[in-house]
Design a protein around this ligand. Structure first.
Ligand SMILES: Nc1ncnc2c1ncn2[C@@H]1O[C@H](COP(=O)(O)OP(=O)(O)OP(=O)(O)O)[C@@H](O)[C@H]1O
Ligand SMILES: [Mg+2]
Length: 260
């Protein structure tokens, strides 16, 4: 029997809530803990790919051909300096939504790809899916492939509005394409703990939608802005910063959650 593998979709259709930063940082933290990690860039903007030190413009093949043409993912997966494997994206992925739209079983493309990978004996302890800021085909495919969904959330008044819609999509996915999908909770990001406002918003959202909060909140710090340019996550560029410590703790908590 192969060892267990956990696939988490990091999703929120709201832009700029630190989905990509969370995928890169949690991935690096899990790798530090000795886990084999695969990160999948599902955003045509390819920010995850870029932030891990790979220039999408230099790539001929990406997750796009894997999803739309059935290319073997092992031909595309690259190793990064952060110690994680990456299935990179390029701007070509922008066409995937259109290319997949008329395909039967499009929701399952990512799931089948991951199953094929496992069947070949390529094992990862963790697979993190960096979703684009939309509820389109790629996000639905990610939710269909995932065991759990983690929702990064910036705790400000209007961040409420998208959460209901995202949970409706999760509900549909559970009904139609992935019965096993579990909501692992919200991850407070860009968190300014000095304001009571942030904490109030967080409490309201978690109560309104009956969502667990994945602790600890990730503090807002300038260090995060510097990391992507270095091609490494904040865990290596700013090893002892509060942000890095928070992501390490989140990763440890996810490991505990997965074992439950
Ligand atoms: N804790 C933090 N403190 C300060 N800045 C942060 C923090 N986390 C992320 N950022 C910055 O916020 C911006 C958005 O982050 P990121 O790209 O991870 O969000 P995203 O949800 O993936 O965005 P998109 O929806 O466009 O994919 C980036 O410039 C990032 O460097
Ligand atoms: Mg992103």
């Amino acid at each position: 029997m192969s060892p267990p593998s956990t696939t988490l979709a990091i999703a929120n259709q709201k832009g700029g809530v630190a989905k990509t930063t969370s995928v890169a940082s949690i991935g690096a933290a899990l790798a530090e803990l000795g886990h084999a990690v695969l990160l999948v860039d599902l955003d045509p903007q390819a920010c995850l790919t870029f932030s891990l030190g790979i220039d999408p413009e230099d790539l001929e093949l990406s997750v796009h051909q894997v999803l739309t043409k059935g290319l073997d993912p092992t031909e595309v997966i690259v190793e990064t300096d952060d110690g994680v494997s990456l299935l990179p994206a390029t701007i070509e992925l922008a066409r995937a939504e259109a290319d997949l739209l008329t395909r039967t079983g499009r929701e399952h493309v990512l799931r089948s790809m991951l199953e094929d990978l496992a069947a070949k004996g390529v094992h990862f302890d963790w697979i993190l899916l960096d979703c684009p800021p939309s509820l389109g085909v790629l996000t639905v495919a990610a939710l269909t492939a995932a065991d759990g969904v983690l929702i990064p959330l910036q705790c400000e008044t209007l961040s409420h509005r998208g959460v209901g819609q995202l949970l409706d999509t999760v509900h549909d996915v559970r009904r139609f394409t992935n019965r096993e999908l579990e909501v692992w909770g919200v991850l407070p990001t860009l968190y300014d703990g000095r304001t009571t406002h942030a904490r109030t918003v967080l409490e309201t959202i978690s109560e309104t939608y009956d969502l667990e909060v994945v602790e600890p909140p990730i503090p807002k710090t300038i260090k995060f802005a510097e990391a992507p340019a270095a091609g490494r996550s904040i865990l290596s560029t700013s090893r002892s910063s509060k942000g890095a410590a928070a992501y390490r703790q989140v990763a440890a908590n996810l490991v505990t959650r997965a074992a439950r």
